[in-house]
Design a binder for this molecule. Structure first.
Ligand code: PHE
Length: 495
């Protein structure tokens, strides 16, 4: 029977009876499993449908040996049965019986005066027939509702280890304060059917549990880097920046270095610092006029510069690499911008870059850069500081300090520091500067146009926000997928 069936039967029984004195008896009479009945009673008691009191009884159950005698008869009975009217020698008798039955049964049968032993070892029946009381008692204990086995017999069976005591637990119950012949579970939803039938007028509704946890969300989960990227992106968009296309990890040295006035003998252009491609190893298609102006600027300068004074090689500029910074994207975009009538622009990008570095707890060979630039007439260092203060304050970082720095493509250049409230010290949060005329003018931008720019890693703020102190726990093959499933939403600027 199902729990529902048991519940119905029980409530119905209580409708016409004052009580159920013993749940065990009731279960047996109704052919229900007593354990299942107990569960139903507990549940009904919990909602006040019944009032139940537990009752305990000591009862007896058969041991494995007791079970076997209940089926095959006691050993003394088996022995008696095996003795023919003309008698039998002990040796012959032993052959006919199981060893333990012979051993236990012979003594008991003699003691019961069922058998006698003649000289010479012959066993003879002393009585015509016997009743196997032990078997009957065992059956009574096993199957009986009310066991009527005399106390001394119980003691015997216990001493022979044919029965064991067990505490039986059940309930005695009557109608409870909320009794009804049928339990209608409170509705959990207000359905169309309940509304249409008018049932809503009487139906009890289960109260909302505002503290219940929601269902775990199945399906995709965003990586913390993606969540933080989304936040940075919305800050840029709020500040009127346009996103640059960053969908090329492979770049030529020309756009990654040469266009940025980075000399060809610069150490960053070494294979120890940069991943160069074997195939395709080179980019042959480059804007020729512009390339020529870049060559001249590197070699002999111009636009007020004396250049580097070395022999610039096209071969070096053609080498393909995995871009080492997203400033390569900025150089392409600024060149493109310079090909039309000038309009001021604010650009940003957030994407992956690659460096041939030893991996440790703060460095990976691939990571993400956040890059922003403003391109307009007459911009000054003051504009750069102003934009940086605006940008970082939207991240919740109010205190900034700047330190003079060097980049081949910016002058002046500044490292950006912010005061870390928990670390109680100034930490570097980015790099910035004003792009050099040696970079901008060969592109064709008007001489009075300046570009202020800055860059930072996406990993650093993400690690701080999510309390991760090893970058390999954040990105790469060692990342724990559980972290991805359970990391909280990202809220920048709220401290
Ligand atoms: N490209 C620089 C870097 O990789 C960051 C930077 C961007 C610096 C723009 C100045 C201006 O660290």
């Amino acid at each position: 029977a199902t729990a529902m069936g048991i519940e119905e039967a029980l409530l119905l029984h209580l409708q016409s009876h004052a009580a159920i004195v013993d749940s065990g008896d009731w279960a047996a009479r109704s052919s229900f499993d007593h354990g299942a009945v107990m569960d139903v009673i507990k549940s009904l008691q919990g909602s006040g449908f019944v009032e139940a009191q537990s009752i305990k009884r000591n009862s007896w159950i058969l041991t494995a040996e007791g079970e076997s005698y209940a089926v095959r008869g006691s050993p003394e009975f088996q022995v008696f049965q095996a003795v023919p009217p003309e008698g039998i020698s002990r040796v012959e008798l032993e052959k006919k019986l199981e060893a333990s039955v012979f051993k236990i049964g012979t003594g008991k049968a003699m003691k019961n005066k069922w058998l006698e032993s003649l000289k010479g070892g012959t066993l003879l029946r002393k009585v015509q027939g016997v009743t196997d009381e032990v078997k009957l008692q065992l059956l009574e204990i096993r199957d009986g509702q009310h066991v009527e086995v005399p106390d001394n017999a119980i003691t015997d069976l216990k001493n022979r280890k044919l029965i064991e005591s067990r505490t039986w637990v059940g309930y005695s119950l009557k109608k409870g304060p909320k009794y009804a012949p049928k339990r209608v579970k409170p509705a959990t939803d207000l359905t169309r059917e309940i509304l249409q039938s008018g049932e809503w007028k009487e139906r009890e509704f289960k109260p909302y549990n505002y503290k219940a946890l929601g269902q775990p969300t199945e399906g995709g989960h965003l990586h913390p880097l993606l969540k933080v990227r989304t936040q940075f992106r919305s800050i840029f968009l709020e500040m009127g920046f346009e996103e640059m296309p960053t969908n090329n990890f492979v770049e030529s040295s020309f756009w990654n270095f040469d266009a940025l006035f980075q000399p060809q003998m610069h150490p960053a252009r070494d294979s120890h610092d940069t991943f160069f491609l074997k195939a395709p190893a080179r980019t042959h298609k480059l804007p020729e006029d512009y390339l020529e102006r870049v060559r001249r600027t590197h070699e002999e300068g111009g636009y007020g510069s004396i250049g580097y004074g070395y022999d610039w090689k096209r071969d070096e500029a053609e080498k393909n690499l995995l871009r080492t910074h997203t400033t390569a994207v900025s150089s392409r975009m600024l060149y493109k911008l310079a090909q039309d009538k000038f309009v001021p622009k604010r650009y940003f990008s957030i994407d992956r870059v690659f460096r041939n570095e030893a991996v440790d707890r703060t460095h990976l060979a691939e990571f993400h850069q956040i890059e922003g630039l403003v391109c307009d007439r007459g911009l000054t260092l003051g504009d750069l500081i102003g934009v940086l203060n605006d940008f970082f304050s939207r991240l919740g970082i109010k205190k900034l300090r700047f330190k003079p720095a060097y980049n081949p493509y910016t002058e002046p250049s500044m490292e950006i520091f912010s005061y870390h409230e928990t670390l109680k010290k100034w930490v570097e949060v980015g790099n910035s500067g004003m792009f050099r005329p040696e970079m901008l003018q060969p592109m064709g931008l008007p001489a009075d146009v300046s570009v202020i720019a800055w860059g930072l890693s996406l990993e650093r703020p993400t690690m701080i926000l999510y309390g991760i102190d090893n970058i390999r726990d954040l990105f790469g093959h060692k990342v724990d997928l559980k972290l991805i499933k359970s990391n909280p939403i990202c809220r920048l600027g709220i401290h």
